[in-house]
Write a protein that binds this ligand. Structure first.
Ligand SMILES: NC(=O)c1ccc[n+]([C@@H]2O[C@H](COP(=O)([O-])OP(=O)(O)OC[C@H]3O[C@@H](n4cnc5c(N)ncnc54)[C@H](OP(=O)(O)O)[C@@H]3O)[C@@H](O)[C@H]2O)c1
Length: 256
């Protein structure tokens, strides 16, 4: 059986990616910690799109749990031909005040799990000369982020990794894409400890963000910045703006 694996499918962008992928007639493997939410989604997907939706409860911050997830998929003989490395979270506060354990967990989910799952499934995609990977990065991946220093740095890692692997794979039919949204109205702002932050009031919706990522992935693009304003800023204006000014603006945007 072939299937697309979606991490962070229990809410927000990941939930929409799972529905979009299933709507194309593709089987889906739904991964997150909140099993009940995944079960509800799986039932909805199977009824609506007549595909298989399997649920995997997994804390991606737990290295052992990630290994068990990979083993469980291998034991079912599933070829993961689409991988959506989407699960992730932020964390607010100055670096000096942040809890070291929380930041380590953020790195484990946003970076380490993404690397491990890519190592687990990319080689078979290359062997079969078929497959797509969509990494949910962020516009945060292009700039430093005072008050969310570790989060912005994790997303810079994802952008860099995606650009390099996309280039390495150019002679194959496998493609890796990074979806880089600006603010999106999901559970993210609450998980990041940013409360009802003003920055998210005018945020994009999860469905249109997921759709832009999905379409860019199918076209085989390396990077898609889903927010038009941020796209102009990052691609054309930021190279001419002094770092200090960018740091001040980002800090102000994130001040509660
Ligand atoms: N919303 C934004 O403004 C925004 C902007 C740019 C980029 N992004 C990125 O978009 C991605 C999706 O976020 P979202 O906005 O859709 O936020 P969300 O609604 O909070 O969804 C986050 C998803 O990640 C999963 N997750 C978090 N920690 C996990 C863990 N330890 N193990 C397994 N799954 C875990 C959550 O599932 P469980 O809680 O059930 O485990 C949930 O399904 C993230 O990578 C985020 O950094 C978001």
């Amino acid at each position: 059986m072939k299937a697309g694996l979606i991490t962070g499918a229990s809410s927000g962008i990941g939930l929409e990616l799972a529905k979009i992928h299933a709507s194309k007639g593709e089987n889906v493997l739904l991964v997150a910690r909140r099993k009940e939410k995944l079960l509800v989604l799986a039932e909805e997907i199977e009824a609506k799109f007549k595909v298989q939706a399997l649920v995997f409860e997994c804390d991606l911050g737990d290295e052992k749990a990630v290994e068990e997830l990979i083993e469980s998929i291998a034991s079912k003989g599933i070829f993961v031909n689409y991988l959506f490395n989407n699960a992730g979270f932020g964390g607010w506060g100055t670096f000096a005040d942040r809890n070291a354990h929380e930041d380590r967990n953020m790195v484990a989910v946003n970076i380490q799990a993404l690397i491990r799952l890519t190592h687990a499934f990319l080689p078979e995609m290359v062997k079969q000369n078929e497959g797509r990977i969509l990494n949910t990065a962020s516009t945060a991946g292009f700039i430093p982020g005072p008050l969310q220093a570790t989060y912005f740095a994790t997303k810079a890692f994802v952008v860099s990794l995606t650009k390099a692997t996309h280039f390495e794979l150019r002679k194959t039919k496998v493609r890796v894409t990074a979806l880089c949204p600006g603010p999106v109205k999901t559970e993210f702002e609450f998980a990041a400890g940013m409360g009802d932050s003003k920055m998210f009031e005018k945020g994009a919706d999860a469905y249109s963000t997921a759709l832009k990522g999905y379409q860019a992935m199918m076209k085989g693009k390396a990077i898609v910045i889903s927010d038009f304003g941020f796209a102009i800023l990052i691609k054309y204006l930021s190279p001419f703006i002094p770092d200090r000014f960018i740091l001040k603006v980002v800090e102000k945007m994130q001040t509660k």
